[in-house]
Ligand binder design. Structure first.
Ligand code: AMP
Length: 174
């Protein structure tokens, strides 16, 4: 897998959206069809032989590859959104971010008890968002069978927030 090609299409923006944050911008990757294809195929790889019922994509950049990942795995796609965006009945979880505090919501009928769920986002930073998504999935009776990210910021140790013993996949690490 040519991860160098994917890495070369990720741009670091200093001090965005706040001073001290090195923002990993994946829009150059989205602009390039080969980078797009390589990314989707690397995201798919660990789950190809598994039975996945739902991909939970985290707002908002988890919505970019999440639906394609779901389609190729013959799974459903569940958007986990910030407070007040989902129209139907929701379950909610407050969580801390690398920058700020927020609330994540999921529709109460998005996951059925016993379903195999993969949580996906573009980037794992402190792990607060993925942890909140994990709690929502568990609350609805789902089983988290894996985590899927394009990027892991290893210096923020987000992995420590996620379910122990569940595989955490990422393509690029900083
Ligand atoms: P966290 O909850 O701290 O793991 O943050 C993960 C979420 O915030 C993801 O949805 C990312 O898109 C976004 N995020 C946090 N830090 C960064 C960063 N340095 N560059 C790009 N996105 C980030």
């Amino acid at each position: 897998m040519d991860t160098d090609y994917i890495r070369s299409h990720i741009r670091t923006i200093l001090d965005f959206p706040e001073e001290g944050i090195q923002f990993k911008d994946i829009t150059p990757l989205l602009l390039d069809s080969k980078a797009n294809e390589l990314t989707l195929s690397a995201l798919l790889e660990p789950f190809k032989t598994l039975s996945v019922d739902k991909i939970v994509g985290l707002e908002s950049r988890g919505f970019l590859f999440g639906p394609s990942l779901a389609k190729d795995l013959r799974a459903g796609f569940v958007p986990a959104r910030k407070k007040g965006k989902l129209p139907y009945k929701t379950t909610q979880k407050e969580y801390g971010l690398e920058y700020g505090q927020d609330v994540l919501e999921m529709h109460i009928d998005a996951i059925k008890p016993g379903e195999n769920v993969v949580i996906h986002d573009d980037l794992l930073a402190t792990g607060g968002t993925a942890k909140a998504a994990t709690d929502l999935v568990l609350e609805l009776g789902g089983k988290v069978i894996g985590y899927s990210f394009i990027i892991e910021l290893s210096f923020l140790s987000g992995k420590n927030q996620l379910l122990e013993g569940i595989p955490i996949h990422y393509i690029i690490q900083y």
